[in-house]
Design a protein around this ligand. Structure first.
Ligand SMILES: C[S@@+](CC[C@H](N)C(=O)[O-])C[C@H]1O[C@@H](n2cnc3c(N)ncnc32)[C@H](O)[C@@H]1O
Length: 275
């Protein structure tokens, strides 16, 4: 196991731009009109945004500097579940979400809910980026309940929890999405495009999916299998595919979608915009 992980370190991760650099490029080239972030911590990724921004985190840390330079930032000192129970990103942002970064509680069921709730407020040209879905060893994936469990690791300061399961679940249940797992150190950035706010597959199957994955651990599932399913690709190359969000609806209706589905999506999109 350790040897295979070392192989991943050198062959997959070393050359990729960091998750921060990929997000920075999306902001710079995509010029999102609305940004939604779950899990703000001290504001490193929030600081990349200069558009209308909503940040959600139950703990408010050193955000004063970001806020001072960012008049369009609203911070909600709430868990993401509480935020979605009380508020909506469209109301807070004044429009649907162009770009979302989900980096809150690193447990699978939390991220699954964050994804389901966020997608409802996206549009077909949105990008939703998920952090930490490519753990580099099993130590990183331990849950709060296993916090004291010690495993061999080269990365004692990293914690991804079990959000790696999102990659497998999205690939299995949402083949309609364009999901790219980028070689962004330290623990990957998964970028999803082709979002469909009307899709309820994950919400309808939420309990069954969570129950199915509750007791699965990475040691049993296998790091190699995860990386095979993830089909990790170059963040450097992906970054070149970013185009401005104001052109995104047309791009989202592009070649990947079959013509009939493309038309249906266009009609649905027109309806959503009118709503
Ligand atoms: C890894 S940090 C985010 C780092 C930040 N996005 C960056 O890259 O600079 C995770 C954050 O998630 C927050 N968090 C924990 N549980 C949460 C929840 N249920 N809802 C929203 N945020 C949560 C933590 O307080 C912490 O600030």
């Amino acid at each position: 196991m350790a040897a295979r992980l070392a192989e991943h370190d050198t062959e997959i991760f070393i050359d990729g731009p960091s998750y921060h650099a990929v997000l920075s490029q999306i902001h710079r080239v995509g010029r999102p009109r609305s940004y939604f972030e779950i899990g703000a911590f001290t504001g490193d990724t929030l600081a990349l945004s200069s558009c209308k921004t909503v940040a959600v985190d139950p703990v408010k840390r050193v955000l004063t500097q970001v806020e001072r330079g960012h008049p369009d930032l609203t911070f909600h000192e709430l868990t993401s579940d509480d935020y979605f129970a009380r508020r909506t990103p469209t109301a807070d942002l004044g429009r649907r979400i162009d770009l979302a970064f989900l980096d809150g509680m690193h447990e699978f069921d939390f991220l699954l809910r964050d994804f389901i709730n966020t997608e409802r407020f996206c549009h077909p040209g949105s990008i939703v980026a998920l952090h930490d879905c490519l753990p580099r060893d099993a130590y990183m994936t331990r849950l709060w309940k296993d916090w004291e469990v010690q495993k061999p690791t080269n990365y004692p300061n990293h914690w991804t929890g079990d959000v790696w399961k999102m990659v497998v679940v999205l690939r299995r249940h949402r083949p309609d999405l364009d999901i790219r797992c980028l070689d962004a150190p330290p623990t990957g950035l998964t970028v999803c495009r082709g979002l469909d706010p009307a899709n309820t597959v994950l919400a309808d199957n939420y309990d069954r999916i969570v129950a199915e994955w509750r007791d699965v651990i990475l040691d049993d599932y296998g790091v190699d299998k995860l990386f095979a399913v993830a089909a990790v690709e170059s963040g450097e190359a992906w970054m070149r595919t970013v185009t401005p969000f104001h052109r995104a609806p047309l791009r989202a209706l592009g070649a990947r979608i079959q013509p009939r589905r493309r038309l249906l999506r266009l009609l649905r999109w027109a309806g959503l915009r009118a709503a």
